[in-house]
Design a protein around this ligand. Sequence first.
Ligand SMILES: Cc1cc2nc3c(=O)[nH]c(=O)nc-3n(C[C@H](O)[C@H](O)[C@H](O)COP(=O)(O)OP(=O)(O)OC[C@H]3O[C@@H](n4cnc5c(N)ncnc54)[C@H](O)[C@@H]3O)c2cc1C
Length: 469
Amino acid sequence: MGTGVELQSIPDDAATQAFVSTLRGGAIQQGDIHYDVARKVYNAMIDRKPRLIVSCANVADVIRCVNFARDQGLAVAVRGGGHSVPGFGTCDDGLVIDLSGMKGIRVDPQRRVARFEAGCTWGDADHATHAFGLAAPGGIISSTGISGLTLGGGFGYLSRQYGLSCDNVVSMDVVTADGAYLSASGSENPDLFWALRGGGGNFGVVTSFEFRLHPVSTVYAGPVFYPLERSAEALRLYRDFMKTAPRALSAFFAFLIVPPGPPFPEHLHMKTLCGVMCVYCGDLSKGEDAVRPLLEFGPPAFAHVGPVPYPAVQSMFDPLLPAGLHHYWKADFVNDLTDEIIAEHVQRGPEIPTVNSAMHIYPFGGAVQDVARNDTAFTYRDAKYVHIIAAVSPDPAPMPQYRDWARNYWSALHPHSSGGSYVNFLMEEGEDRINASYQENYQRLAQIKRKYDPGNLFHINQNIKPAAW
Ligand SMILES: Cc1cc2nc3c(=O)[nH]c(=O)nc-3n(C[C@H](O)[C@H](O)[C@H](O)COP(=O)(O)OP(=O)(O)OC[C@H]3O[C@@H](n4cnc5c(N)ncnc54)[C@H](O)[C@@H]3O)c2cc1C
């Protein structure tokens, strides 16, 4: 019997009993006291019932899980931070490999690298590296897992300056479908390394990531909101602003409902506005000048910009998005914010249904484009923006109506899009959408899939089918 979260009951069959007895971490099955908590993922719309959830303590547990699932013909779901909105961190009647207990971190400030175990969230990573005035580019909500985010590409406030999260990975340790433990880097298994940088969880279970770090400590950042009547002008300002913005500046555009609490003034609570969240990660003394055009337009209904420790910016929106809300997302890349696209946003953005929901336009460009579209699995290097329409609610009852808002908004924008989406923002939208999101890299991914996972053991993801030839 393992340590950690102990098995509450003995599995019926001898094979599962023998497997569980070899684990250092815990295993939970249906009927156990912790089962209903352990099977939950971040998106409350997902309600799946795995046969077994293994909370892995180390690489040995991961290898045992992969071998057991393959030999028993069990479906495998891999869970890092559990944030996958389509719920790929769980499954019905299969084995969940839960990595969230594997949180080891070693920062090497001299070499400016850090190794993170696969269960770390961005909050864990930022906390550890901030002590040395360093950071790796990650996502904008601190509870998101480094694993799923990085494997799909990963972008955030530092990406225009330092690239996608996957661009900053130096090496990864991976357990492949045959139970082998490999290192993937520029010099070891480079085909696997290529595929893991954008190709998602298709190629094995990554047990740790070595990241390159950058000098980021205090940034100049915060939100600037404008009244809805100015939203067309604000979007045009944003478009022009981003065209000439320095790489050190990242800013996303949003339609939002103002949260009912500080730092927002009471007269704005629960009002629908539009706005820009900006982060300047360069020389602090230049931050104010960098964001000035956003402050001079309007006047803003609210602005709260200044020097902020990087981990505080990274967790600024966490309270709006706790685990357990109901999520439905639609997204696409776009090459420009044309007047036609702006007109759709101005019409549909103000109908945002809840304070937790969002329409965000995230900028790409800068260092993201320094990497060629075929240098990693992540293809859309030339996209200027990705927009996401996220219907989010604590209450499931109105979700069909909120989902329609997201779907209709997305459908109106889709003809103006680049055709594909960011894989980490896709729901279960079918093979054509996955194909469109990888474009010409899909075929190479399918070949690498055939080499490392010919039986498609890892299929609970934005699945790339093994090539037939
Ligand atoms: C609130 C919120 C904010 C977000 N913000 C951003 C953002 O700023 N930038 C951005 O780029 N994305 C963002 N995302 C999207 C995010 O990148 C994806 O949801 C991603 O899948 C989350 O990774 P995870 O480890 O938390 O998820 P999980 O659900 O644990 O994993 C998702 C899938 O990734 C694969 N996977 C996870 N871990 C491993 C592993 N160790 N080895 C192999 N495969 C693995 C599996 O297929 C798994 O099912 C956000 C998502 C949410 C919900």
